[in-house]
Design a protein around this ligand. Structure first.
Ligand code: HDE
Length: 688
């Protein structure tokens, strides 16, 4: 048994915690009276080797770092629970955590970016990891997914090539956390299977407003297995309760400077404030006999199953309600692995998935320094663990008894093999074929689904995609690489290829034949968006003379619906209201920027508005918020003309003027904020 003696473990741990909280000690428990001066002969003498506290302190410090994840190094995690809505999935799977209605299974979720180092900014253009560890009563199940439903490559043997290409270039380690450079796009142009994923990466999906507002996908096709051994193919989906919302590119670059921790801070604060993020788990189910019914291969991770063909069936909800106590101990040391499956869930022959089955365990061995990382608290199953594994680096369990082998009689035959249906058994699959290195023909279509994605985008989403390609390829020095990418894009959509070619100074490509006209509305962020102001941040710009009742009217209306209003002025403290009362200031405008807010509001009070009009920071704040498609409001005539001066036409979509004391005003502003962004505005304001 690996975790026997837990009560003693706890006693010891408790003792240590108390000791550390009380008096400072060494690792040996020796009490320390001075941690500021090394031991030395005479006040000006050399430090002495016998100073064990000094040596121990430095040695431990020298060993504080472990290798960061080779990909997904930068992450943020949280605890919570998953609960299924009902037991209806038991028709397809014997996984208990999915089928016992209302039973809460504890989880730990880690969100991440992929390309950057641990200290890189959160808001870079990148895929986001969405990895969930379910501590089920049948053992740990890890769903290690991303916020995009497809991947760059089809076979895991290409993963090192892809990662080497996207990471900073080896000769100068530039650029950090960015795909906008020659080696990535060189790989992309030569490897057309990347095309579909590159469409997603160039879309707004790569710029999530919040981890709480992005989808998650298991990407691969997995199997459900029922108690009779029958298998059903399954794709996993997470849908955020707050809807799927993104930042705009110009904004992300500025946030990267103003608040590189933007996404992790957002997750942390939401949980601390009790606004627990929530997702719905959904599954797409495909009966075994329908495996070959699609015009793509279910084993090809560069393909989706369009939701219009196989609907996503909602099965339960995930709630994150607790921040970690210590990022290193929990978020850094959590070790996900595709091979962590429970009875009722199985893998398929997807060659990308198969490679992951090897890689995740292998990577933990180097990252966490040996085979006992499963004993680290965040990785420990809640299900009982009983193995014959022994020893190794960082062994913390004191195994008792003489028998560490199977079969044994010395230990009474323990631990015994599970003789019933509670054991994990692999799905019985017929596999037969010649030993070859060859990809199936059914993996060969690299463009149809990229076209499907493109056709499904709204006008503003298409503009953003073109702008992203132009930016990224604009950073590529070698012309032949830009040409190669544009040639591939011609197979996706001719208009797209021409628009990109024109932006990056290469000859527009010939039409590469007719592309199909099919679309999948579910792929667009513009179709049926969730409108909600909960946790949205509204900047209220004030100066001396502000009409305090205008501030209160909007603050009450919006905070009443869960939004967060922050009063900003040119300095911290408070300003004088028009009626002489003080109005508290939350932050100085010098310490923030419009990019950190979802909307901006200028309350009335002629003196205040006049003052703001003279303040370059305030004017810029309003102009920039508008440019990024945000809701903008101004109460009273003076505020209205201030908005006009800042280039914000009162008639534009998402701009609200009038009088804040009127219900129409607060209602209209609430609606405008709930819409997230207003990209239907004057197109010259949309980055394109
Ligand atoms: Fe990963 N991936 N990956 N990956 N991946 C890692 O494991 C790998 C892939 C994903 O928050 C590593 O513990 C290979 C697809 C997430 O701790 C490593 C292949 C998807 C995380 C690794 C893939 C992912 C990782 C690095 C191609 C989406 C972060 C550190 C066959 C479905 C998990 C680690 C966390 C992390 C290998 C492809 C998602 C090296 C070989 C596809 C969310 O083992």
């Amino acid at each position: 048994m690996t975790h026997d003696g837990t009560s003693k473990d706890r006693q010891l741990a408790g003792f240590r915690v108390n000791a550390a909280e009380g008096t400072l000690t060494t690792d040996q428990g020796i009490r320390v009276d001075d941690t500021d001066n090394t031991l030395r002969p005479g006040e000006r003498g050399p430090s002495l080797l016998q100073d064990f506290h000094f040596r121990e302190k430095l040695t431990h410090f020298d060993h504080e770092r472990i290798p960061e994840r080779v990909v997904h190094a930068r992450g943020a995690g949280a605890y919570g629970y998953f609960e299924p809505y009902d037991g209806s999935l038991s028709e397809y799977t014997k996984a208990r955590f999915l089928t016992i209605p209302g039973q809460r299974t504890p989880v730990f979720v880690r969100f991440s970016t992929v390309a950057g180092s641990r200290g890189s900014a959160d808001t870079v253009r990148d895929v986001r990891g969405f990895a969930t560890k379910f501590y089920t009563d049948q053992g740990n199940f890890d769903l290690v997914g991303n916020n995009m439903p497809v991947f760059f490559i089809q076979d895991g043997i290409k993963f090192p090539d892809f990662v080497h290409a996207v990471k900073p270039e080896p000769h100068n380690e530039i650029p950090q956390a960015s795909s906008a450079h020659d080696t990535l796009w060189d790989f992309v142009q030569l490897q057309p299977e990347t095309t579909h994923m590159m469409m997603w990466l160039m879309s707004d999906r790569a710029l999530p407003r919040s981890y709480r507002m992005m989808q998650g996908f298991g990407v691969h096709t997995f199997r459900f297995v029922d108690s009779a051994g029958r298998s059903t193919f399954v794709k996993f989906h997470w849908k955020p309760r707050l809807g799927v919302h993104s930042l705009v590119w110009d904004e992300t670059k500025k946030i990267a400077g103003q608040d590189p921790d933007f996404n992790r801070r957002d997750l942390w604060e939401a949980i601390e404030n009790g606004d627990f993020p929530e997702w719905e788990l959904g599954v797409q189910l495909v009966p075994e006999e329908d495996e070959h019914r699609f015009d793509f291969d279910l084993l090809d991770a560069t393909k989706i199953i369009p939701e219009e063909e196989v609907p996503v069936r909602p099965v339960g909800r995930l709630v994150l309600d607790r921040n970690p106590d210590n990022v290193f101990a929990e978020t850094e040391q959590v070790a996900f692995h595709l091979g962590n499956v429970v009875p009722g869930i199985d893998v398929t022959n997807d060659p990308l998935l198969q490679a992951r089955l090897f890689s995740y365990l292998d990577t933990q061995l180097i990252r966490l320094g040996g085979p006992n990382f499963t004993q680290i608290p965040v990785n420990r199953p809640v299900a009982e663990v009983a193995t014959h594994h022994r020893d190794g680096y960082h062994q913390t369990t004191i195994h008792k008894g003489q028998a560490s082998y199977h079969p044994n009689s010395v230990g009474g035959g323990c631990p015994a093999l599970a003789g019933d249906a509670s054991a994990y058994t692999f799905y019985t699959q017929q596999v037969d074929g010649p030993m070859i290195r060859k990809r199936a023909e059914s993996f060969n279509d690299h463009y149809s689904q990229a076209t499907l994605f493109w056709n499904s985008m709204s006008v503003w989403e298409k503009k953003h995609i073109i702008a992203a390609f132009r930016f990224e390829l604009g950073k590529v020095g070698r012309k032949h690489i830009r040409e190669g990418v544009v040639r591939n894009l011609a197979h996706v959509d001719h208009h797209l290829a021409v628009a990109v070619a024109e932006g990056v100074g290469v000859t527009p490509p010939e039409r590469a034949g007719e592309t199909h006209k099919r679309s999948s509305p579910a792929l667009s962020q513009a179709v049926d968006p969730v409108r909600d102001v909960a946790t949205r941040k509204i900047a209220v710009l004030v100066a001396d003379g502000v009409d305090a009742s205008d501030v209160t009217a909007v603050a009450e209306a919006l905070t009443g619906r869960g939004a967060v209003c922050e009063v900003l002025a040119s300095r911290d403290g408070s300003v004088r209201g028009a009626n002489g009362d003080r109005v508290e200031v939350d932050r100085s405008i010098k310490t923030v920027g419009s990019v950190l807010y979802d909307a901006v509001y200028v309350p009335g009070g002629d003196e205040s508005v006049e003052e703001l009009g003279k303040d370059g920071d305030a004017l810029h704040f309003v102009t920039e918020a508008y440019k990024h498609g945000k809701a903008v409001a101004g109460s009273g005539e003076a505020a209205r003309s201030l908005l006009e001066r800042a280039g914000v036409p009162a008639s534009a979509e998402g701009v609200v003027t009038g009088n804040a004391s009127a219900a129409e005003f607060t209602n209209a502003f609430t609606e405008a904020v709930a819409a997230h962004r207003h990209f239907g505005r004057d197109s010259e304001h949309v980055p394109a």
